[in-house]
Design a protein around this ligand. Structure first.
Ligand code: MAN
Length: 565
């Protein structure tokens, strides 16, 4: 301290110190009171080697490097954490390059909440009612700030009450969301369990069907010497195929011949008409031998038996014969599908005369023998996947293939469900319950939307296509430092859960669009703010009850610790 100002400072300090209440010097909070208890000496809080007479506390001269000797003045404001760039106004003061011991000037704010004010705001001639409603930071006489704590406290309590109510509701909603998320998780777990059982059963079934197919193929190998051209490789199938083909050919020929007959018949009638008129109208007085001969020949022809007259009944028969197979009730397919259950039986019908046990034994031997012949290339193998497969083989193969497809589908589904269970849905799995819910907000030319766990979107208000601003990728923790408006709808200060959205629509001359959605506690799901921090890199601040009830999510209360009401 400079000697010339010592007296003045001591007087000032006496005022400052005397103005303190409850044994604490001015500007000291209950939290730091213990450092100022000694009635004679003060020791710098962070520098215990430095001690001064108590009169140098609040003497408006910064003695301690940590500023702790000036809790009630602005003398150590240059080392205030709240004004880190303020240059030291008194270069002769203690070192400025240190950490302050005190968070600020302590305002008791009786009737409201206590609070710390930056030392730079002490005695600066401005009433900082936002932090110091009792006006105690302006005690130096430059200006007087009447105490407004009653009024401000009342207003704050009103808002706080609404905020607490809203927080309470938000807490309840979060509980509901957690319950819903639990149900959704349970559904997935149940599905996993069901799929596990179904897959086990499906695998057993598949094995059975493989055995069944092998057995059917083996039997069919024994049965079929050579497949025909029809669906059915057996002899019956071939025979039916041939019969159908022949019947069709005959039917077509009949139709053609009837057509030719009808045409000839009408030409003949026309010709007979001409000759008959000729005979009536010719002139016999012209003694033309050629004409006379022709007339006679006609008369002979007309006198002759003309054979059978057209018979309507016969024609009806022909009509019936040329009708389609369905109209005639002929079901060729039923013959073809008759897989001739055992043609071997036809060939070896003598088996029927044998006792059943011997017959089965002999039948098996014959089948095995045929298989051996097929396997050694002596007989054609028409049993494995060829179009000539018998119906029995085809059916068995279809059953197996259907079972395999079902099993593959179930396994894929199971993997999907297990992946879902392993995903991070936040504390208590709560975000599971937000899936499918969307919130939106207008900003500038666009309406922005976030559909939780899905994507963020930019929709032009004037119309036109929507732009994908990113697909949900996962969760992240982000530190934020934001003001919270009176309604509490803001992120505040601290670590917050954020949802990353990446790989949205490509930005011309830029990256693929991406959005970081930072979540704050709110009674309702709502989109608070949208910013485009860089070209096509967006940030959304979103309120949701899903993040309430954790200390990070609580809205910021006025700084200053305990309420001294
Ligand atoms: C559109 C919007 C903007 C973006 C530009 C980039 O206009 O998606 O947000 O900055 O494209 O060209």
């Amino acid at each position: 301290m400079k000697a010339g100002s010592a007296l003045l400072c001591l007087e000032y300090a006496a005022i400052a110190y005397a103005a303190s209440e409850g044994g604490r010097p001015r500007g000291v909070s209950p939290e730091f009171a213990k450092f100022y208890k000694d009635p004679k000496t003060f020791t710098c809080i962070s520098n215990p080697s430095l001690s001064f007479p108590i009169g140098r506390v609040n003497d408006d001269y910064c003695d301690c490097p940590d500023g702790s000797d000036e809790p009630g003045t602005a003398a150590c404001a240059h080392i205030s954490p709240l004004s880190p760039h303020t240059p030291p106004d008194n270069p002769g003061n203690a070192a400025s390059n240190t950490t302050p011991a005190l968070p600020g000037f302590y305002c008791k704010n009786k009737g409201h909440l206590p609070s710390y004010v930056p030392f730079t705001a002490v005695n600066d001639g401005i009433c900082d009612y936002e932090l110091c409603c009792d006006g105690s930071e302006e005690w130096g006489g430059i200006t007087t700030c009447p105490n407004k704590c009653d009024e401000i406290g009342k207003e704050w309590r009103k808002i706080d009450e609404a905020r607490q109510k809203s927080l309470g509701n938000a807490g309840k909603k979060r509980k509901e969301l957690v319950m819903e998320a639990g149900k959704l998780r349970k559904q997935v777990e149940d599905r996993v369990a069901t799929l596990g059982t179904e897959i086990e059963a499906g695998e057993v079934k598949q094995k059975q069907l493989e055995v069944e197919l092998a057995e059917v193929e083996r039997k069919e190998k024994g049965k079929m010497v050579k497949g025909g051209s029809g669906n059915n490789g057996g002899k019956m199938g071939q025979l039916v195929g041939l019969a159908k083909q022949r019947a069709d050919e005959l039917k077509n020929a009949l139709v053609r011949v009837r057509g030719e007959r009808d045409s000839s018949r009408s030409r003949l009638q026309e010709l007979e008409g001409i000759l008959s008129t000729f005979k009536e109208e010719y002139n016999p007085n012209f003694n033309d031998e050629g004409v006379k001969r022709a007339v006679r020949a006609w008369e002979d022809y007309a006198a002759r038996d003309k054979g059978a007259e057209p018979d309507a009944a016969h024609d009806r028969d022909l009509d019936a014969m040329t009708k389609s197979d369905e109209e005639n009730g002929i079901d060729w397919a039923s013959f073809e599908e008759d897989d001739g259950d055992d043609e071997t039986d036809v060939l070896y019908s003598f088996e029927n005369y044998l006792p059943p046990s011997l017959r089965a034994w002999l039948d098996q031997k014959l089948r095995d023998f045929r298989v051996t012949l097929v396997e050694s290339g002596i007989l054609a193998d028409t049993s494995s996947g060829s179009p000539n497969d018998s119906k029995a083989v085809k059916d068995a193969r279809n059953r197996l293939s259907t079972a395999q497809k079902d099993l593959d589908k179930q396994k894929k589904d199971l993997n999907g469900q297990k992946e879902d269970l392993a995903k991070d849905f936040g504390a208590d799995d709560v975000f599971r319950a937000l899936k499918g819910q969307c919130v939106s907000k207008d900003s500038g030319e666009y309406t922005y939307e976030i559909c939780f766990l899905d994507r963020t979107t930019q929709k032009p208000k004037k119309g036109g296509g929507n732009t994908n601003m990113g697909n949900y990728k996962g969760l992240e923790t982000i530190f934020v430092d934001e003001d919270v408006p009176a309604n509490g709808k803001g992120l505040g200060v601290g670590e917050r859960v954020a949802m990353k959205h990446e790989n949205g629509q490509h930005c011309w001359n830029g990256p693929n669009r991406s959005t970081m959605v930072i979540l704050g506690c709110s009674e309702e799901n709502e989109l608070w703010k949208i910013m485009e921090e860089e070209k096509c890199v967006y940030r959304m601040e979103v309120g949701t009850p899903a993040v309430c009830n954790s200390k990070d999510a609580a809205p910021k209360a006025p700084a200053g610790g305990r309420d001294e009401l």
